[in-house]
Design a protein around this ligand. Sequence first.
Ligand SMILES: Cc1cc2nc3c(=O)[nH]c(=O)nc-3n(C[C@H](O)[C@H](O)[C@H](O)COP(=O)(O)OP(=O)(O)OC[C@H]3O[C@@H](n4cnc5c(N)ncnc54)[C@H](O)[C@@H]3O)c2cc1C
Length: 429
Amino acid sequence: MTISIGRRRFNRALGASGLAVAAGTLGAPLPLRAEAARVVIVGGGPGGATMARFLKQDAPELGVTLVEANPVHTTCFYSNLYLGGLVDFEDITHGYDQLAELGVEVVQGRAVGVDAESRILELEDGTTLDYDKLVLAPGIAMRWDAIDGYDEAAAEIMPHAFQAGPQTRLLKEQFMGMREGGTFLMVAPPNPYRCPPGPYERVSLVAHQFTQHNPTAKILILDAKPSFSKQALFEEAWRTHYPGMIEWVPGDFGGKVVAVDTDAMTVTNEDGEVFEADVINCIPPQQAGLVAAAAGATDESGWCPVEPDSMASTILPDVVVLGDASLAGDMPKSGFSANSQAKVAAMVLRHELTGSRLFPVRYRNTCWSSTAPEDTVKIGANYEPRDGRITSFDGFVSEVGESDELRREQRLEADAWYASIIAETFGTS
Ligand SMILES: Cc1cc2nc3c(=O)[nH]c(=O)nc-3n(C[C@H](O)[C@H](O)[C@H](O)COP(=O)(O)OP(=O)(O)OC[C@H]3O[C@@H](n4cnc5c(N)ncnc54)[C@H](O)[C@@H]3O)c2cc1C
């Protein structure tokens, strides 16, 4: 990993005085300067790392710095397949060496604040980085105040596993070691949250493990919502592959959990009913990664509003927000979306900073979900800016009753997508 940062960018006293550049607007490139512009990116997931790669690859003259809190990134996408025993932990964990080789300055550290007027990013260790353009792609943060008793300490007992890494391993350890015939309880979050089908794919692949190792186990989902993504497809799969194992309770019928007790291993719904379980996967309500709020890029929803044709913050100048942290109209919070948004935003930033050509803006998303090792379904759409909003069109979704062959092919399609997004994001396979 390369950590070589010029003195100029650390020196708050010098500030951005030597870098003064007017805020660029779409279609009006900034004047070219003798000194190359510097883009600082926070977050090395599919949003931020894709942005770093595409910017540096297509405009090597730009200074590109990626600030990432962790030395490696474990993808949430395919973490359910790890839970289901279909891939290894190493398969979903990726480093930043290839980005560093490309010339991206990779800084391991946590960003904690932004001085948007002076264009300075502050890190936890006191380091400051000057920027011409700042990209925020910090993903999500859990709302620890939303469920009584569910805080960071409680997550070590009732893991959310919605930020992949140690939490994912912990959840797997817990349910693989669960007593025979025990209960796995999932608390499913209200909208909007990361990966709409994610909780239901997870339940499917945990059930797959139970059919192999603990066939009398039960799964109970207490859901804050009245319905969920690809519901008919998941319910079809649960009837086919795991009959009688999974029960789903919607929000209107007692599914809304308001409190947890980690000593008693119970959760309580809004009617005061108490549910006890052996393993509790509590996925709380979410908000944009904390640095977004610290920067002042969030609105009252806790997420970051953006311009639909550039992903530029509608609140802060010279700031772009990508991926889960953004309010991206019809686009779901997914790795595919984050990667697609990064490619569009990189094109717009290149245009603004180097005068390169601008192409029509078009986003895309597809989410595959494996309900069993050889049964994969999908949902997706194209998106473009329309009437001031990222709007979906040409949507598609798998159908109930599709052939086994098609479902098997869709798993291969998903595997190919995983390989390609990893190559685009981290430059590795
Ligand atoms: C169980 C599950 C299954 C999923 N399956 C799919 C799927 O099949 N397909 C799909 O497309 N999506 C899927 N997703 C969703 C997908 O993982 C997210 O939408 C995607 O990771 C969002 O990318 P991001 O770059 O916005 O954020 P992240 O991937 O969360 O990356 C953010 C990065 O920023 C870093 N960071 C955060 N704050 C700071 C800071 N202050 N300073 C420095 N670094 C910071 C973090 O360490 C992290 O590396 C799934 C999610 C889950 C939970």
